[in-house]
Every structure is written in structure tokens, then in C-alpha cells.
Design a protein around this ligand. Structure first.
Ligand code: AMP
Ligand code: ZN
Ligand code: FE
Ligand code: FE
Length: 279
């Protein structure tokens, strides 16, 4: 079985890439996709650990986009993670992310919370890795301002939180184009989390090539609906736990393997990417 969605310390996961691969082995997975937010910085280390643990690594990415004020995530598989244009595009996304983080921290400061950009930035683990809201939440927990991740997002960092900020980013369509131009296969991440099925149809029309029908936070009804749509439109159905490791002993989304699918899905993704490479 394979799990096609996971985060490492290259973005907001708490497991280093080699630790994720070891855990994937322990969970009996044949393959694991590394899909960090807006960075491919964890892939090399994961590939190195791949042979050691006998777990195949699917190189991936999860690109953050915004549509009508709503965060939309687009997964990309088998992207050429050394492609210079793709890398410079990711760098631009990380710049927007840094700016967003600064805005949130300023908002927190205006609320009278003692927090600095340096405290948050020092949690970055890799050179081309990045900082996300979970890192800000960690600092808030460390200071006793909130007692859980859930509280941090509810009170401050989530869409209706007091310090929320979300500057414009690229659109989901842009992400689909970037992933294809980098030789990869674009897949809509966790469509059930957006509350907007029009968007799902819009992206199917635009040329997305897969749907993450199975995700830790999807209900059984959502899973069957998105699975059906994928079949009807000839798209690849994927499954992912969205593993982020543990914070305060709690796993957000799910543990590796919580959502999984057969190895055949990896073969479908690979063959789509190979066809793209042949032009
Ligand atoms: P960012 O990419 O910086 O916008 O942060 C988004 C990430 O925050 C998501 O990928 C989740 O990992 C995490 N997240 C969102 N809501 C929560 C929550 N309630 N508890 C823990 N983590 C969350
Ligand atoms: Zn995340
Ligand atoms: Fe996501
Ligand atoms: Fe994710």
C-alpha cells in the first residue's frame, strides 16, 4: 500500500525526511510521497533513506494557492525537483509565505502578545525549507499563550482567528500549470476541506489530472463522491494521510498510512509523468 501525502521538517512536519521513511516502513507502506508545502527541500534526503528502509519515495509538492480568499492546495507528483524555473517559482512562493508570516506576527504583537519574527524563524530546519502557521502555533504554546494547536488556530491563526492574514497568492490554475511545466502530475488536495464543489469542477475543466478522494479529514460520503467524480472524468484517485508528525504528542490530520491506496496508483502517476516527459 502507498500513502501519497506527507510533510517533513522541510515545511511544517516534525519528522525529518529519513524519519518519515522509517515510519513508513514500520507502517508497512511500500511507497510514501513527500509533499511539503511550497518546497522540495526534503526530497533528496528521503530518496537517500529510501534504499536503506526499502520504501519507495514519490517526489512531490503541495502548492499553496488562494481562490476567493480561500486556501486551496494543489499536489504535484513526479515533478522535476531540480528544474531551475520550478525552483525559482517555489522561491517566490516562499517569499509570499514569509511576508504572510510577518503580517501574522505583527497582528499578534498588536494584540499585545510578546512574540518576535526571530523566535518563529529560528524554527526553520532546512535552507530551502519554510515556516508555516504550525511553527507560530508552537511558539504560542511554548509561551503558554495557548494550550493546544487547535486553540492556536481557533483563536489566532485560522481563517476566523484574531491574527489571521492571507495576502494574494497564485491561483490553483497557476499551480496546475507550474506542476505540468515541471513535468509533474497535478492533483487537487483534500477537496472536502474547501466547502466549494464548484471549484472542484472548475479545476477538472482546467485540466487537473487527479483528485485526492481519500484524505484523513474526509467523511465517508465525501470519499465516495470524489471517488465517483474522479472515475467519471477519468482522473487518478489518490489517498493521503497528510502526516505532519506530532506536536505536543498530538498528530494533526493522520498518522502515516491512515489513508492509503494500492501501488497501482503510483504506477498511474509515474506513467502520466513519463508521457509528459516524452512530450
Ligand atoms: P500554512 O501553510 O502556513 O498556511 O499552514 C497551514 C497548515 O496548518 C496546514 O497544512 C496544517 O498542517 C496546519 N493546520 C491547520 N489547521 C490546524 C489545526 N487546527 N491544528 C493543527 N494544525 C493545523
Ligand atoms: Zn501543513
Ligand atoms: Fe493541505
Ligand atoms: Fe498537506
Amino acid at each position: 500500500m502507498v500513502d501519497l501525502h506527507s510533510h517533513t521538517t522541510a515545511s511544517d512536519g516534525t519528522y525529518e525526511p529519513h524519519q518519515s521513511i522509517r515510519r513508513a516502513k514500520e507502517k508497512g507502506l511500500r511507497a510514501l510521497a513527500i509533499t511539503d508545502h511550497d518546497t522540495v527541500a526534503g526530497i533528496k534526503e528521503a530518496l537517500e533513506a529510501s534504499e536503506r528502509y526499502g520504501v519507495e519515495v514519490v517526489p512531490g509538492i503541495e502548492i499553496s494557492t488562494v481562490d476567493q480568499g480561500q486556501d486551496i492546495h494543489v499536489l504535484g507528483y513526479y515533478i522535476n525537483y531540480q528544474d531551475p524555473l520550478f525552483l525559482s517559482r517555489l522561491e517566490s512562493l516562499r517569499n509570499v509565505r514569509d511576508k504572510r508570516n510577518e503580517m501574522i506576527i505583527e497582528n499578534l504583537q498588536h494584540l499585545g502578545i510578546d512574540i518576535t519574527l526571530e523566535e518563529v524563524s529560528s524554527r526553520r530546519k532546512m535552507d530551502e525549507g519554510n515556516i508555516g502557521r504550525p511553527h507560530i502555533a508552537e511558539v504560542l504554546m511554548g509561551k503558554g499563550i495557548v494550550s493546544s494547536m487547535e486553540e492556536a488556530f481557533r483563536e489566532y491563526l485560522g481563517k476566523t482567528g484574531k491574527a489571521y492574514a492571507n495576502p494574494p497568492r497564485i491561483t490553483p490554475e497557476d499551480a496546475v500549470d507550474w506542476i505540468k511545466e515541471a513535468g509533474g502530475v497535478p492533483v487537487l488536495a483534500h477537496p472536502g476541506l474547501y466547502g466549494d464543489d464548484n471549484l472542484v469542477h472548475r479545476l477538472i475543466g482546467y485540466g487537473i489530472e487527479g483528485i485526492e478522494a481519500y484524505h484523513t479529514d474526509h467523511s465517508p460520503e465525501q470519499e465516495s463522491r470524489y471517488s465517483l467524480w474522479a472515475k467519471q472524468h477519468g482522473l487518478i484517485e489518490t489517498a493521503g494521510s497528510d502526516f505532519h508528525g506530532e506536536r505536543n504528542g498530538v498528530i494533526f490530520h493522520g498518522d502515516l498510512g491512515t489513508r492509503r491506496t494500492s501501488y497501482e496508483t503510483v504506477e498511474k502517476l509515474k506513467s502520466k509523468a513519463e508521457k509528459r516527459a516524452e512530450g
